[in-house]
Design a protein around this ligand. Structure first.
Ligand SMILES: [Zn+2]
Length: 496
């Protein structure tokens, strides 16, 4: 049996033991992108949150069926496509392609299934039909409305009261101001499909109820999405699915990630401050973007400003550097003998390494506390660094840091952070940062070669001058007995 875990359920407002519908299996439905524009740093929080969730569960032995939809029929898509004079479906398809490129570049696992509204119309119409037959929905003027008064537990997820509702679907023919559209009568210039109520297109909420049902059945284990979807989207999904399925529970655990916090600013296209993931990944390694999202608990707000990603890269580099220095340690003795002769710092790093995996699991099994898991990794990295200062550590420390290295390997599998080799990480940093700094690898290496020649000629003044010039450009030179290597200097992090 896979390892048990606990998860905060938005419906009960409590952390609960997860009980699967089928032993060992998790069915997960996550609301995906409305593909009218590119994925920005706000959207990507949900993408990374659920990637790590799925990754961790699989690492712990769960069989996860991960479904995430594309909303490819929507007001904003139609509006943007019309403005650009392009077919709405072509507009949506372009952003689906971009989205796939972005999440692949970000190193995220693709879902097992990615249903789209445009190819789920039959399922959507079947569910609307069931709702009309059961008296929970009614047609009016070519549209079909869901009757919120027909579902007594409407509001159970969000705490909304039916009396106070006014859905934004303002149109004629509604019986209650809170009633929302399941089917929207066709308007000129909009994509349309035939239905028994006349030509039109689906409302937003019904798509997820229908796609989740087709992919995962009437009752699903976990439904995820951003906190901003609780109302009305998820509240309406519950109403639709439970009414269409004779009251059967729609979702057993509701899981919502918090939003990005931009101080007093909002991120929006109209404000001109949208940071697209594709642009971010041109300048920054994917893993530091991942680490940025994992440093807070997924339910907490996450601050974002221009320092967020540079800080995350500096933090990530510290983990890589500590691991690299542990990897360089040799020695064949029993760990106990080394600890006895090297003392408290050796003992500490061995202790933290030995307990690391169980503490990683403890943090992640308790509602996916990535902040805690990451904190443990930094604590271990600091212990390695303290131990590495010992003059015998490089020669004899290998057996002492072996559990720490095993811990880091488990951490990489569970979270996707520290997944590269030391050289691959440095290469990635150089590939992303040098162009952003206005430098090229060949240019830096030419200066390193000049400096090497100066050192060979014992022209120390010239060698120092070149080192100074490189440092001014943000390049750190490290001399060894057999030559020099270099790295991109990363900014000091607030975690220092
Ligand atoms: Zn949805």
């Amino acid at each position: 049996m896979p390892a048990p875990f606990r998860i905060y359920n938005t419906l009960s407002r409590k952390v609960e033991d997860f009980q699967p519908l089928q032993p060992g299996k998790v069915g997960l439905y996550v609301c995906g992108m409305t593909v009218y524009a590119d994925c920005h740093v706000g959207h990507a929080r949900a993408m990374v949150t659920f990637d790590v969730f799925v990754r961790y569960l699989r690492y712990r032995g769960w069989e996860v069926n991960f479904v995430r939809n594309f909303t490819d029929v929507d007001d904003k898509i139609i509006q943007r496509a019309n403005e650009a004079g392009i077919d709405a479906q072509a507009w949506a398809d372009r952003f689906i392609e971009n989205f796939h490129r972005d999440i692949d570049d970000l190193g995220l696992t693709r879902p097992d299934l990615e249903p789209r509204v445009s190819t789920s119309i039959d399922d959507i119409l079947a569910m609307i039909g069931a709702l009309v037959e059961r008296g929970h929905a009614y047609p009016a003027d070519g549209s079909v409305w869901f009757s919120v008064e027909s579902f007594p537990s409407y509001g159970k997820l969000s705490g909304q009261k039916v009396d106070e509702l006014r859905s934004p679907d303002a149109d004629s023919g509604k019986r209650h101001p809170g009633d929302f559209a399941l089917w929207k009568a066709a308007k000129p210039g909009e994509p349309r499909w035939e239905s028994r109520w006349g030509p039109g297109r689906p409302g937003w909420h019904i798509e997820c109820s229908a796609m989740a049902n087709t992919a995962l059945g009437e009752t699903i284990d976990i439904h995820g999405g951003g906190l901003d979807l609780v109302f009305p989207h998820h509240e309406n999904e519950i109403a639709q699915s439970e009414c269409a399925h004779g009251g059967h529970t729609y979702v057993r655990y509701w899981m919502h990630n918090g939003m990005l916090n931009l101080g007093d600013k909002k991120m929006g296209k109209s404000l001109g401050n949208v940071v697209n993931i594709g642009d971010l990944l041109k300048e920054w390694p994917a893993e530091c973007v991942r680490l940025y999202y994992l440093q807070n608990h997924y339910r907490s707000p996450l601050p974002y400003d221009e320092n967020a990603i540079p800080d995350a890269l500096a933090m990530l580099a510290r983990l890589y550097e500590a691991r690299e220095s542990a990897e360089a340690m040799g020695g064949e003795e029993a760990a106990g003998a080394v600890i006895q002769s090297l003392g408290a710092d050796a003992q500490k790093v061995h202790e933290l390494g030995t307990t690391f995996v169980s503490r990683l699991h403890g943090a992640m099994d308790d509602d996916f506390n990535t902040a805690q898991a990451l904190g443990n990794a930094f604590e271990l990295a600091r212990a390695i660094n303290r131990f590495a200062n010992h003059k015998k550590a490089k020669q004899r420390g290998g057996p002492v840091v072996k559990p720490a290295l095993e811990g880091f390997a488990a951490f990489a599998k569970a979270t996707g952070v520290l997944a590269l080799g030391a050289d691959a990480f440095q290469d990635e940093v150089k590939a992303k940062r040098l162009p952003a700094m206005g430098l090229t690898k060949a240019g830096v290496e030419a200066q390193i070669a000049d400096r090497h020649a100066a050192r060979q000629a014992k022209d120390w003044a010239r060698a120092d001058e070149i080192r100074g010039a490189l440092e001014a450009q943000g390049i750190v030179v490290m001399d060894h007995a057999d030559g020099s290597n270099w790295r991109v200097r990363l900014k000091d992090s607030r975690d220092e």
